[in-house]
Design a protein around this ligand. Sequence first.
Ligand code: MG
Length: 175
Amino acid sequence: MPGQTARRDGPEGRARYTHAMRVGQGFDAHAFAEGRPLMLGGVEVPHARGLAGHSDGDALLHALIDALLGAAGLGDIGGMFPPSDERWRGAASLDLLAAVLRRVRAAGFRVVNVDATVVAEAPRLAAHVDTMRARIASALEVEVGAVSVKPKTSDGLGFTGRGEGIAAFAAVLLE
Ligand code: MG
């Protein structure tokens, strides 16, 4: 039964718990770069600069991917999509997210909910939050109510406050 915890003995005699709830967290940050579209949460946000990166630079989706992989015990984004691999150059991070969902599902988990924070001094993201939530929910095959995206500034402090880049944090619950 989903969400139910059952105890089994593992090969070394340690207790193993199946069907338990699993929490994961992720972080990412990318620098602004000229001549690139700004992709955040799978949405192209109008802005003078985009984010540098091997893929489309979507720091929010990368934080979310790390949260999903962490919750499932499957490593991290760099292990699954190495920057040295030309297959991922310019990749749409929504496609990477969908690939990660398949891995998470294959490991026996489903997504309960997602909560993310994006730290950007500019542009203002509030008008794009509902579209980001819808795109993430679609990629994760969950209801939009299971996806939260919260835009924040850092009150002028640090690299986000100076407008040098954007940071993102994500938490995920799997069962
Ligand atoms: Mg990244």
